[in-house]
Design a protein around this ligand. Sequence first.
Ligand code: ZN
Length: 268
Amino acid sequence: MASQESSLSKNFRRLRIAVLLFVLATVAVSAWQSQRKISSWKSTLYVAIYPINADGSAASQKQIEALQQSDADSIGAYFDEQGKQYGLTALYPVRVTLGPAISAVPPELPGSGSMLDAISWSLRMRYWAWRHTPKMSIRPDVRMYLLYLDPTTHDTAPDSVGLAKGHLGLAYLFAARNMQGSNMVVTTHELLHTLGATDKYDPANNMPIFPEGYADPQRTPTLPQDAAEIMAGRIPVDATHANTPVSLGNTVIGPKTATEIGWRKAGN
Ligand SMILES: [Zn+2]
């Protein structure tokens, strides 16, 4: 009897291990498949954006209610137009859908924490996203959370972030209609991070790095520039000053960023 029990529990343990391995393998395969899909650019990349009232303010609420699908479409149109410069032939490389507002607020990225803090935040963030993201008719490849703050009560916003692992991003935005254009720039910058693009500004002074952070590095004279490389985020006007672009129309995806997201091969 005793030996029968132990063989039963042994079988049960084997089954548990098999199930666990199957789950882990499924997670790994689906992560690999979505990474492959994203970097191949052979089919439309589906991005969902979810607005969040991050400070519970009336201003943020008003801005969220004013958001329309056409605002999301402006990001898709930008990828379409920029991709053409690199010979991208997909009809709609990126389709951005405005999802429903989410009432829960995600965990804030620790400002200056250790590596462990960052890992712990990334796990909490992914758990939060899994719990609170509403279902969409098409499962998005990338999820972007747009966190609105009232600019009359917030001078600064927490750091926005785009995670290439997990394909999700948080964009902290100011709730004002005249900031709508620059909000789309911030959202697109973070979206590009989720696709593997890196920053092209000097973290010491936030100035765009030459040449990869310049929209037109060949221009003479080099400064002032009249557009921003989107991953540099700002338009350099002289050696120490740079302006914030007011809309995506004042930005371009430069060759280095295009290489990082798989639009061109390095050195071409
Ligand atoms: Zn960045």
